[in-house]
Design a protein around this ligand. Structure first.
Ligand SMILES: *[C@@H]1O[C@H](CO)[C@@H](O)[C@H](O)[C@H]1NC(C)=O
Ligand SMILES: *[C@@H]1O[C@H](CO)[C@@H](O)[C@H](O)[C@H]1NC(C)=O
Ligand SMILES: *[C@@H]1O[C@H](CO)[C@@H](O)[C@H](O)[C@H]1NC(C)=O
Ligand SMILES: *[C@@H]1O[C@H](CO)[C@@H](O)[C@H](O)[C@H]1NC(C)=O
Ligand SMILES: *[C@@H]1O[C@H](CO)[C@@H](O)[C@H](O)[C@H]1NC(C)=O
Ligand SMILES: *[C@@H]1O[C@H](CO)[C@@H](O)[C@H](O)[C@H]1NC(C)=O
Ligand SMILES: *[C@@H]1O[C@H](CO)[C@@H](O)[C@H](O)[C@H]1NC(C)=O
Ligand SMILES: *[C@@H]1O[C@H](CO)[C@@H](O)[C@H](O)[C@H]1NC(C)=O
Ligand SMILES: *[C@@H]1O[C@H](CO)[C@@H](O)[C@H](O)[C@H]1NC(C)=O
Ligand SMILES: *[C@@H]1O[C@H](CO)[C@@H](O)[C@H](O)[C@H]1NC(C)=O
Ligand SMILES: *[C@@H]1O[C@H](CO)[C@@H](O)[C@H](O)[C@H]1NC(C)=O
Ligand SMILES: *[C@@H]1O[C@H](CO)[C@@H](O)[C@H](O)[C@H]1NC(C)=O
Length: 717
């Protein structure tokens, strides 16, 4: 009986708990006091059973801020709600499913400044729903299914205060001419991702304060002139529409834009006046962006009108500091021709993207390029580089010439550039670069990408290529590495010569600066490396020799490489390795020898290695006996070598996730499956080394102790 009673009471308790959590619409543990009379609440379903402290109600000295997030919101008001509390709400985000709504709840929240009812599947809002919200500044109606906004933005009091209105991701097809007529304070209007195809001239008439208008991802064709009334507009987003022409009517508006994004449209003609910017509008300071990529442009005509030229001259006659820069994106069009003066109207062009067009050359008025820092000419059909243009670009930092048909770099091309950070010339037709002149790179970065050409010979003379830090030469036609002479470029740290045709290396093969730190020679045909090949390169930290034809490593190959940390010998044909060939590699931390069909690795040489050495060994034929001993020698601290696997294995033929080969009876394995492992005397040696070190430590401590006591004694005297 008592047992039954206990079960019964606990059931009642659970019921009670459930009921009380149901009642708790605005749980206390989800509310925060964020300042004097400033609160954040999270309510579920309805806003109920909640109030503010006495001193924050009614007329109060404090600036009351009440921020409510209502999830699973029900759109209704009933008498059980606390009207005083509703009255005090200043910010509401409500999420629910309200296909039809008259927003009855917010009628009781006249203090609302921010209202977010985004993502509520709203199809229709009753007219005048926001009528009483005279304080509203920020309204987010995005991600709903609104198609009609007629009569929605009517307000009791004018002038209206709304500054931001977000209607993005709805189903609006047309903007009624008077819909926004009283939103005279609006600064930002987002109408992106709708179905708007027509812009009515009167729709935007009163939005004289509007600065940002987003109309991207609609179906707008040609009526940009309808935006002319937007006298303070600075950012106009029109990408992903169906605009075919920017008519003369619209040019007036464009002059004071800082950002004009017309990318992903169907423009096929460009008037040079589109580039004009009237810098009085920018208070002397702006970074203008003109985005025209993904259109159908084929031709950039000369700027012609002399009259306009003088009006918008790039020199300011009033000696006022004018700091207006322009970035122009014309990528992904079909431009074949750029006339000499096409960029005349641009104010200080600093960035020009002409990638993915059909240019065969790039030759424009050099005066228009003097401010250029970024130039992208990638993926065109350029065969030659125009000297005059490049000579004027002495601020150039980032140059992309990749994927063209360039077969040479003119001698003086880079003579005036002192700011270069990256030059990308991959995928061109370069074969020989004799006496390449690139005086000096930027202190922060110096990268030259010459990969995927057909280079077999190159040299940079002494005094050139200063601060060049990284050089990419992979996938070229290098078979004789002595033809790559870079020994004077003492700032070079990183050289990639992978994927070439090098077969043989000796101590005079690599004419590289002695202080490189990274060298990649993988994916060549190297079958033989003579002793002392790398001994000049004492700073080398990473050396990649994977994917070659090496069958063995001779003693002395890695002579003197005391800084090497990472060595990759994977994917060769090495069947046997003796750790003694690595004896100079005191800093070695990772050794990759996967995929070599190796049978054994003698690790005796690493008994006294400075620190743990990770050796990646999968893809070989090590026996499980060998692996077991190697692992136990590591675990017992006899050896510093720790076997690892990049692609682990499971099951019978693996140990600690490392695959191994089970020696089967009758199998023709000539060598002892444990050869290369430590003998007992090696292990004894390891123990002795440790004892020796401990003794050394102790003598040090002893000496310190003795010195201290001697010192103390001498002071006592
Ligand atoms: C709250 O008000 C008191 C005095 O009215 C003031 O000293 C204090 O800085 C205020 N705190 C916050 C977070 O505003
Ligand atoms: C709003 O709609 C609800 C039903 O959804 C209704 O009960 C209420 O009377 C309506 N309020 C107004 C002001 O029309
Ligand atoms: C409005 O709420 C949605 C989620 O409901 C959120 O993604 C969005 O950022 C909010 N808008 C603002 C301006 O906070
Ligand atoms: C804008 O305000 C005027 C003057 O109060 C009013 O006549 C008109 O109906 C309002 N328009 C809208 C769309 O609310
Ligand atoms: C808005 O524009 C209408 C004409 O479309 C005009 O009658 C009205 O006075 C304007 N309202 C304001 C506040 O400028
Ligand atoms: C720009 O805004 C200012 C201040 O808000 C206003 O005085 C001015 O008339 C607007 N300019 C234009 C051209 O509408
Ligand atoms: C463009 O301008 C340049 C320099 O003024 C001139 O040589 C060239 O003929 C012009 N092109 C056309 C088509 O007018
Ligand atoms: C140049 O343009 C191409 C193609 O548009 C792009 O992939 C590449 O990243 C750009 N280069 C730079 C340096 O930004
Ligand atoms: C690469 O160099 C060899 C001579 O070493 C030459 O026969 C071959 O045509 C070159 N390949 C290319 C793509 O230039
Ligand atoms: C590279 O080595 C040269 C001498 O060969 C030396 O003058 C230079 O300072 C070194 N540079 C770096 C970054 O260590
Ligand atoms: C390594 O083992 C595979 C089969 O597991 C065998 O085909 C291959 O010949 C062996 N390689 C050597 C070098 O023993
Ligand atoms: C010797 O001392 C060093 C530094 O205090 C310590 O890292 C090392 O583990 C010690 N060696 C032994 C064997 O105690």
């Amino acid at each position: 009986m008592t047992k039954m009673a206990a079960v019964y009471t606990s059931f009642v308790l659970i019921m009670l708990l459930m009921v009380s959590s149901c009642l708790c619409y605005c749980p206390l543990e989800k509310s925060y006091n964020t300042g004097n009379c400033s609160y954040r609440f999270h309510c579920i379903r309805v806003i109920q059973d909640i109030g503010l402290p006495e001193h924050c109600q009614g007329s109060t000295n404090y600036h009351v801020k009440v921020n409510v997030y209502l999830s699973d919101a029900i759109d209704r008001f009933d008498k059980s709600m606390n009207p005083k509390f509703l009255y005090s709400i200043t910010s509401l985000r409500a999420s629910g499913v309200w296909p039809q709504t008259n927003l009855s709840l917010i009628q009781y929240m006249p203090q609302l400044q921010t209202l977010n009812i985004s993502g509520n599947q709203i199809e229709k809002i009753t007219e005048n729903a926001f009528y009483t919200l005279t304080q509203l500044e920020y309204l987010d109606l995005s991600h709903n299914r609104l198609s009609d906004v007629e009569g929605l933005f009517e307000f009791e009091m004018l002038p209206n205060r709304m500054r931001h209105l977000n209607l993005a991701h709805n189903e609006i097809q047309q903007i009624p001419s008077s819909a926004f007529e009283n939103l005279t304070s609006l600064i930002e209007l987002d109408l992106s991702y709708n179905l708007i195809s027509y812009l009515d001239e009167n729709s935007f008439d009163n939005l004289t304060n509007l600065e940002t208008l987003r109309l991207n991802n609609n179906n707008i064709k040609n009526q940009i002139g309808a935006l002319n009334a937007l006298g303070n507009l600075t950012n106009l987003y029109l990408s992903k529409n169906e605009i075919q022409i920017i008519d003369d009517d619209s040019l007036e508006l464009l002059k004071h834009l800082v950002i004009l994004d017309v990318s992903w449209n169907q423009l096929d003609v460009l008037t040079p006046e589109l580039f004009l910017r009237h810098w009085q509008h920018f208070e002397g300071r702006a970074v203008c962006k003109i985005l025209l990529s993904e259109n159908h442009l084929t031709f950039l005509p000369n700027a012609t009108s002399v009259e306009l030229m003088s009006r918008f001259t790039r020199h300011d006659h009033h000696k006022k500091r004018v700091d207006v820069l322009t970035k122009l994106d014309l990528s992904k069009n079909s431009i074949t021709t750029i006339e000499y003066n096409a960029f005349r109207y641009l104010v200080r062009l600093t960035s020009l993207d002409l990638s993915q067009n059909k240019l065969t050359n790039f030759r424009v008025n050099a005066d228009d390029l003097v401010y250029i820092e970024y130039l992208n000419l990638s993926k065109n059909y350029i065969t030659q580089l125009n000297l005059e243009c490049f000579l004027s670009m002495n601020r150039l930092q980032n140059l992309d010439l990749s994927n063209n048909y360039i077969d040479g770099i003119p001698d003086l091309l880079f003579i005036n550039n002192y700011q270069l950070k990256r030059i990308d010339m991959k995928f061109n037709d370069l074969k020989v670069l004799e006496n390449l002149h690139i005086k000096i790179f930027h202190p922060d970065e110096g990268i030259l990408d010459l990969s995927n050409n057909a280079i077999y010979k190159m040299n940079i003379p002494s005094g050139e290529g200063m601060r060049l830090k990284k050089l990419m030469l992979q996938s070229n036609n290098i078979s004789d590495p002595t033809n790559i002479d870079l020994k004077h470029q003492i700032d070079l740290e990183h050289i990639d010569m992978s994927n070439n045709y090098i077969q043989y290396l000796n101590s005079s093969s690599l004419c590289l600066p002695t202080n490189i730190t990274h060298l990649d020679l993988s994916y060549n045909d190297i079958s033989k490396i003579a002793p002392a090949t790398f001994h000049k390169f004492r700073q080398l930290k990473t050396l990649r020799l994977s994917h070659n034809d090496l069958t063995g490593i001779e003693y002395g190959i890695f002579q003197g490489m005391t800084s090497l940390v990472y060595l990759n010998l994977s994917n060769n044909d090495i069947s046997y390795l003796d750790s003694k060939v690595f004896i100079d590699l005191r800093s070695l931390y990772i050794l990759s020898i996967e995929h070599n069909s190796m049978i054994f690795l003698d690790y005796k040489g690493w008994v006294a290695h400075k620190h743990e050495l990770k050796v990646y060994i999968d893809g070989n034929n090590f026996t499980c006996d060998w692996l077991g001993t190697a692992l136990s020698d590591y675990n017992n601290n006899f050896s510093k070598m720790r076997p690892y696997a990049l692609n682990g294995g499971t099951g019978k033929h693996s140990l600690q996730g490392i695959p191994c080969v089970q020696k089967e009876i009758g199998e023709l394995v000539q060598i002892d499956s444990k050869s290369g492992t430590l003998t007992d005397s090696d292990r004894l040696l390891a123990v002795n080394l440790k004892i020796l070190e401990a003794i050394k430590n102790q003598t040090y401590v002893l000496r310190k102790f003795m010195w201290h006591s001697l010192y103390a004694e001498s002071k006592n005297i």
